[in-house]
Design a binder for this molecule. Structure first.
Ligand SMILES: CC(C)(COP(=O)(O)OP(=O)(O)OC[C@H]1O[C@@H](n2cnc3c(N)ncnc32)[C@H](O)[C@@H]1OP(=O)(O)O)[C@@H](O)C(=O)NCCC(=O)NCCS
Length: 105
């Protein structure tokens, strides 16, 4: 996991699960735990994740954890000679508390 602070209370999250251990729920558990920690212990008020639109695993992971898609930027970056779109997800601390409450009921 990576956590890069934009300012004192907003941070970008990044996650990589070893290829041999993917699709076992590790990404889901790790991302949710880091978000919990960032909001509850580290004083974050907003967290966000940027994903290439062709990255089905990352898109699903963000949706699964409860992050909210906020913006799509067409042709945001050049990768392997092709322009790719970026999708930005974010969650505010109050949104996360609501998501957690719903998930626990
Ligand atoms: C994205 C990544 C972190 C997901 O980790 P993971 O441990 O495999 O994720 P999980 O097993 O917790 O799965 C989370 C959800 O994504 C889905 N998923 C995982 N891999 C998928 C794939 N290749 N295609 C489609 N859906 C996928 C799972 O089915 C699950 O959804 P579900 O509960 O509805 O079934 C992992 O694929 C990875 O490290 N990718 C390379 C790095 C990267 O792209 N990071 C994201 C950018 S920050």
């Amino acid at each position: 996991m990576e956590c890069d602070w934009d300012n004192s209370t907003s941070a970008e999250l990044g996650i990589l699960v070893e290829p041999g251990t993917q699709r076992r729920g590790i990404g889901n558990t790790a991302l949710a735990q880091v978000i919990d920690f960032a909001f509850e212990e580290a004083g974050a008020t907003r967290l966000w994740v940027g994903v290439v639109s062709s990255n089905a695993a990352a898109l699903r992971l963000c949706q699964r954890v409860g992050l909210v898609e906020k913006k799509r930027v067409p042709d945001a970056a050049l990768e392997g000679g092709h322009w790719v779109d970026h999708v930005y997800f974010s969650v505010l601390s109050e949104e996360w508390r609501r998501i957690e409450t719903v998930q626990k009921t």
